[in-house]
Design a protein around this ligand. Structure first.
Ligand SMILES: C[S@@+](CC[C@H](N)C(=O)[O-])C[C@H]1O[C@@H](n2cnc3c(N)ncnc32)[C@H](O)[C@@H]1O
Length: 510
């Protein structure tokens, strides 16, 4: 006869239910529904960010995409510790297969409350959260701790397209729809703690969503993970996204935001914490409402100093574009460099090293682009450019790696091929001189600029839109840096940093 297990901590039983469910479904099936469950340490931590709602008899919780219910479980237990007497939870979960496990988790919590003479009730709604829209059903809540699914959907035929267009315009990702509906479902002073990809904090796609979010909610605290070891894969390019935990409160404005950062999940409770003025975290200077997250005081220091630069990259007169060669669409054009007739160099990520673009017709790995009919759609005139990698490997310390491409070094070619994993940069209205190219390249390769960039972006992708909006030295400053950078023969981080810091009067340290 099987012995019935007894648990001293209700969460152990909840975890047992989660593991049993995980054994029933393949990871492929779970992936389709965005079923990535929150670990117990993260779930406990997220719940611990909540404060006790002001004198209310019954506290209501909304769980959007509940899975096996770990977030409601940790939240309910935290509310008990805060002295709440009565809690009511509404849980949305679209996958019928997980419902029995969710129901059992809630029963565990109900029993636990009962044993302590407190009241816990729940309603499981086996519906699609986005289409059901609790905010339109006149339900309202005090608290929501969520780990929403994340995936992009096809605007053409997805039922989700425009499902939240009454809240904000644009359809960036299902997780933003979950957040928006949750916000709409909260009462005044309601709290939302979310774990999501960091992508909504920047970028054009999420601009309208950020407007909605920051209009309705005050950011009280943010937790980031310094290492990109827990990451979301977001699209077909396998762009690695950091995840971020944020606590928001409805219709509140906080003058300061707490930023916690830890190495990974395991170090959650020993995270370092800094308080930053709201204006340092939210950049409202350009209608973008970017949410910048410095992971340390050093980064915050660089961010503050970058803010003082007079101009932005675009306003200084520079352009940045993505290389036009898309490999899978131009296979017929891409050749190994054996027969050099009608072939031009194709610059790929591997050719971009700090300061120098290294490409040789003698290397088997370096590729060429054949000037077949119609090549003009994919090639550029061979001019001076500064090249910037669009993707950095997950474990690479730097996000920005930049090289110089000088037309003079490839004199025999009228055209140049640049793949779409590389950005190219020039001056909008004239030719980029060698000196200015050195200046731009030194700035992008400096620790100052790299760490400033890290405050803005949480992905391994360097988007042109982000660069365009970043504060940037003016052209005279760039040329001045360029003159000195031309004397550096081989890349040396210290030399580049000294040069850029001196020229821009950047102070290191805190
Ligand atoms: C990332 S998981 C998180 C589960 C759970 N909250 C946790 O933290 O462990 C997202 C959950 O949302 C559910 N889900 C996906 N799309 C949904 C939808 N449109 N409506 C309701 N639930 C959905 C998935 O089945 C999955 O259980």
């Amino acid at each position: 006869m099987l012995e019935k297990l007894t648990y001293s901590d209700p969460l152990d039983e909840v975890l047992e239910l989660q593991s049993t469910y995980l054994c029933t479904k393949s990871s492929e099936e779970r992936k389709k529904l965005g079923q990535f469950f929150t670990s117990p340490s993260v779930a406990r931590y997220m719940a611990s960010m909540l404060h006790k709602p002001r004198a209310k008899k019954e506290i209501s919780i909304l769980d959007a995409g509940a899975g096996t219910g770990i977030l409601t479980a940790t939240t309910a237990i935290h509310l008990l510790n805060l002295g709440c007497e009565s809690v009511q939870a509404v849980l949305y979960e679209v996958d019928s297969a997980v419902i029995p496990y969710l129901n059992n988790t809630m029963k565990v919590i109900e029993r636990h409350y009962h044993g302590l003479n407190r009241k816990f009730s729940f309603e499981i709604r086996n519906f699609d959260f986005v289409l059901d829209r609790p905010d339109k059903r006149e339900m309202s809540f005090d608290i929501s701790v969520i780990n929403p699914p994340y995936f992009k959907y096809r605007l053409k035929d997805s039922p989700y397209a425009k499902a939240v267009s009454d809240l904000y315009k644009g359809d960036p990702n299902i997780y933003a729809s979950f957040m928006a509906i949750t916000i709409a479902s909260l009462r005044n002073s309601g709290q939302m703690v979310s774990i999501t990809p960091r992508s909504y904090t920047n970028g054009l796609y999420f601009r309208n969503f950020r407007d909605y979010l920051l209009n309705k909610m005050g950011i009280q605290s943010i937790h980031i993970f310094k290492h990109r070891d827990r990451v979301f894969k977001t699209d077909e390019n396998n762009v690695l996204q950091e995840n971020v935990i944020c606590k928001f409160v409805k219709n509140k404005k906080y003058d300061f935001v707490d930023v916690h950062s830890s190495n990974c999940d395991a170090g959650l409770t020993s995270a370092t914490t800094q308080k930053y003025p709201r204006s340092l975290i939210i950049d409202s200077s350009n209608n973008q409402n970017l949410i910048r997250i410095p992971e340390s005081l050093t980064e915050a220091n660089f961010l503050k100093q970058a803010e003082k630069l007079e101009s932005t990259f675009s306003d200084s007169g520079y352009f940045i574009s993505t290389g036009p060669v898309v490999e899978h669409r131009t296979r017929d054009f891409i050749k190994a460099p054996q027969n050099r007739k009608n072939l031009i160099p194709l610059l790929k990520t591997r050719n971009i090293t700090p300061l120098k673009a290294i490409w040789s017709s003698k290397s088997k790995k370096d590729m060429c682009f054949k000037l077949l009919n119609g090549h003009e759609r994919h090639t550029l005139d061979s001019r001076n450019y500064v090249l910037l990698k669009r993707f950095s490997p997950k474990d690479e310390k730097r996000c920005l790696v930049s090289s110089i491409y000088l037309a003079d070094s490839f004199k025999e070619h009228q055209y140049i091929g640049i793949e779409n994993k590389v950005n190219y940069i020039g001056v909008k209205s004239e030719e980029l001189t060698k000196t200015e190219a050195f200046g731009l390249c030194a700035i992008f390769n400096s620790s100052f600029y790299d760490r400033y960039f890290r405050c803005i972006s949480g992905s391994t992708q360097v988007n042109a839109t982000e660069i365009r909006m970043m504060r940037f030295p003016n052209r005279d400053q760039v040329k001045d840096i360029g003159k000195k950078a031309m004397r550096i023969k081989n890349f040396d981080q210290h030399k580049i940093d000294d040069l850029v810091n001196n020229a821009l009067k950047v102070k290191q340290g805190i």
